[in-house]
Design a protein around this ligand. Structure first.
Ligand SMILES: Nc1ncnc2c1ncn2[C@@H]1O[C@H](COP(=O)(O)OP(=O)(O)OP(=O)(O)O)[C@@H](O)[C@H]1O
Ligand SMILES: [Mg+2]
Ligand SMILES: [Zn+2]
Length: 158
């Protein structure tokens, strides 16, 4: 089979964003982060789930292609929390105009809540959750306030 056939599974976009190399199964959480739902989609979104890949160390991946959408830096940081190997490609007139790997900042403020119910940030006080990023891949976040490692990042996204 010629290699071009592989990409025909998902139609090309003229302008927009491709989020590739998403951790297998995490495209559902990526859509949650993007805030898309049945009431607010007005451009084409293509999703590949459990797509086979030839990339070393990656057997399956998810991929999301967003026509006429670009992502703000906060959205990209959230994606890095659940899909640390993802790449973001900005497509202009069918070509990749910009491409970068997602990256977590050194500390994360307000994007995700602490999984410790007794943490000060979960007690109704005016304290935003804040974490040190101890590891990028897989993401390991330590709460600045209670010192615990955040569990189940995708369930705690704000
Ligand atoms: N016009 C387009 N419409 C939709 N997707 C596109 C378009 N052009 C490129 N892409 C996708 O954007 C991503 C980045 O493109 P690139 O050409 O860098 O791919 P690649 O060489 O397979 O890179 P990688 O090593 O990251 O897999 C790929 O997922 C590619 O399929
Ligand atoms: Mg590729
Ligand atoms: Zn905490």
């Amino acid at each position: 089979m010629p290699s071009e056939i592989e990409d025909i599974k998902i139609p090309p976009i003229r302008n927009g964003t491709v989020i590739d190399h998403i951790t297998d199964g995490q495209s559902f959480n990526v859509l949650k982060i993007l805030g898309v739902n049945e009431n607010n989609v007005d451009s084409c979104i293509s999703i590949g789930i459990h797509v086979t890949t030839n990339k070393e160390g990656e057997k399956w991946k998810d991929i999301v292609k967003l026509e006429d959408m670009e992502l703000d830096p906060i959205t990209v940081s959230k994606i890095a929390l659940i899909a640390p190997h993802a790449t973001i490609s900005i497509i202009r007139d069918y070509y990749v105009a910009e491409k970068y790997a997602v990256k977590l900042p050194e500390s994360i403020v307000g994007l995700v809540r602490c999984s410790n119910p007794n943490c000060i940030t979960n007690k109704g006080e005016p304290v935003s959750p804040r974490f040190f990023v101890e590891n990028q891949c897989p993401p390991k976040l330590r709460c600045v306030y209670c010192d615990r490692i955040l569990q189940n990042i995708s369930d705690n996204l704000l």
